[in-house]
Design a protein around this ligand. Structure first.
Ligand code: NAP
Length: 425
């Protein structure tokens, strides 16, 4: 039986999962692809580190080109992460006419178009299922099983770290900082969690999803993003009282020939399926014009779930049944819009005296913002009281302008929060 040789760049969390699945499910894999898989070379930073896989010591190297230039290796699996080295190595591998599989969302969101062109020019494949939502097979499902659809929207909870933090704030009553520490202790957040909590990771993933679903190459700078660092326990409590949960959403919504992209925390109705996605789990909710609404749910990270997606790409390359890179369109079918025309939740802290509410409501009115509900609560103890508004749909720009004016009132001590309300209408 023929053996297909893999060169692996990196032997960390995901690569370890990949090797462990190859061992665990070896007979199923051979049965499916009718070939053996073997590892030829593995790039690492440190040759002395103890590894949790049983590969012979002589496969390891610190020279990337020993992996990339190995003449018997057909597929290079890039799992080192980061942009610069990964970009250089993947380009070299594609130019060497080797197929490439990667889990690297930062790289694909930044250089995916160019690398896909290079793969097509060299007659090889570039696959990156694991780069979005880890174990959930969403990219290949969109591009193959759902290929008959025009998509209207894709809305995802595609960052497990932030979903874990928000779930712990809601269910264990933790403050934001405590929830981050808990996520770090359990390995759901990195020592520096900024790429997750500031929304960059989700922005990379929605750019990749939009490319596959809408045939549109997205420049990452065109994805407006806001993370979860300003979400407080109070906002989570109000959300619950109003019948919502707060989640970090990454969305791409088509509207009148425009594509609105965004990463932002949002109030989601408690009864919506995305509201039930908790802790480190991910979900992608989409609407196609033929299939209707679908939701995919599963683990968005971790050694085995992500390794499963990487190995799925490797096997589909071997079976030659994968998506054709030349199918990815370079066109600009849609204008990228940044309108943010939505209902908003606004929480202010005001001095508790008569007439304040009417004064503030007047400013909203002048800016064309109508209010759906107002909640006025007990004093905080320092003669201030929280004031919470839910608006009807309004442009974010108008909300910011109104709040700029409102924040100058002497009765308004703080503009605490502005959060989108997602009603899925
Ligand atoms: N972890 C997840 O759950 C997950 C989920 C989805 C996608 N991803 C993506 O998968 C990729 C890999 O993530 P990971 O969590 O497996 O990373 P990781 O645990 O940090 O492992 C990285 C590996 O690459 C090696 N490495 C890094 N930079 C190198 C360099 N310049 N030269 C040589 N070797 C280098 C490291 O070598 P040493 O071992 O010698 O230090 C290590 O083995 C990333 O793109 C990540 O975004 C990860």
């Amino acid at each position: 039986m023929e053996t297909v040789k893999l060169g692996i760049l990196g032997m960390g969390t995901v690569a370890t999962g990949l090797i462990n699945i190859i061992e665990l499910n070896n007979s199923k894999i051979i049965e499916t692809i009718n070939k053996n898989l073997a590892v030829s070379k593995v790039l690492v930073k440190s040759l002395n580190k103890k590894r949790e896989v049983s590969l012979p010591q002589n496969v390891y190297t610190t020279d990337a080109y020993e992996v990339i230039n190995d003449k018997d290796t057909q597929i290079i699996v890039e799992l080192i992460g980061g942009i610069n080295h990964a970009y250089e190595y993947i380009k070299a591998a594609l130019n060497n006419k080797k197929h490439v599989v990667t889990a690297n969302k930062a790289l694909i969101a930044t250089h995916g178009g160019e690398l896909e062109d290079l793969a097509a020019a060299n007659g090889v494949k570039l696959m990156y299922e694991a780069s979005v939502a880890g174990g959930i097979p969403i990219l290949n499902t969109i591009s193959e099983s759902l290929a008959a659809n025009e998509f209207e929207k894709i809305i995802g909870i595609i960052n497990g770290t932030t979903n874990y933090i928000l779930t712990q704030m809601a269910e264990s009553g933790l403050e934001y900082d405590q929830a981050v520490k808990e996520a770090q202790r359990l390995g759901f957040a990195e020592a520096d969690p900024s790429s997750d909590v500031e929304g960059d990771d989700a922005a990379y993933k929605i750019a990749i999803l939009s490319n596959i679903a809408f045939g549109q190459r997205i420049e990452i700078k065109n994805v407006p993003k806001e993370g979860i660092t300003k979400i407080s326990k109070e906002d989570i409590t109000y959300a619950r009282e109003l019948g919502y949960n707060i989640k970090l959403l990454a969305s791409a919504v088509k509207n009148d020939g425009e594509l609105e992209l965004s990463v932002h925390p949002a109030f989601i109705p408690a009864e919506h399926p995305l509201s039930t996605v908790k802790n480190e789990f991910n979900a992608v909710f989409l609407k196609g014009n033929a299939v209707g609404e679908l939701m995919f749910y599963g683990k968005g990270a971790g050694s085995l779930p992500t390794g499963s997606a990487v190995l799925g790409d490797v096997m589909s390359i071997v079976k030659n049944s994968q998506r054709d890179n030349t199918e990815i369109k370079k066109n600009d079918r849609y204008k990228i819009a940044d309108k943010a025309f939505k209902p908003y939740y606004i929480r202010l802290e005001v001095i508790d005296k008569p007439g304040v509410l009417a004064k503030i409501a007047g400013v909203f009115g002048v800016h064309g913002i109508s209010l759906a509900s107002v909640m006025q609560r007990q004093k905080n103890g320092n003669n201030t009281a929280p004031l919470v508004f839910i608006t009807h749909k309004a442009y974010r720009k108008s909300i910011d302008e109104a709040l700029n004016e409102i924040s100058r009132f002497e009765e308004v001590t703080k503009v605490c929060s502005i959060i989108t309300v997602e009603n899925f209408k």
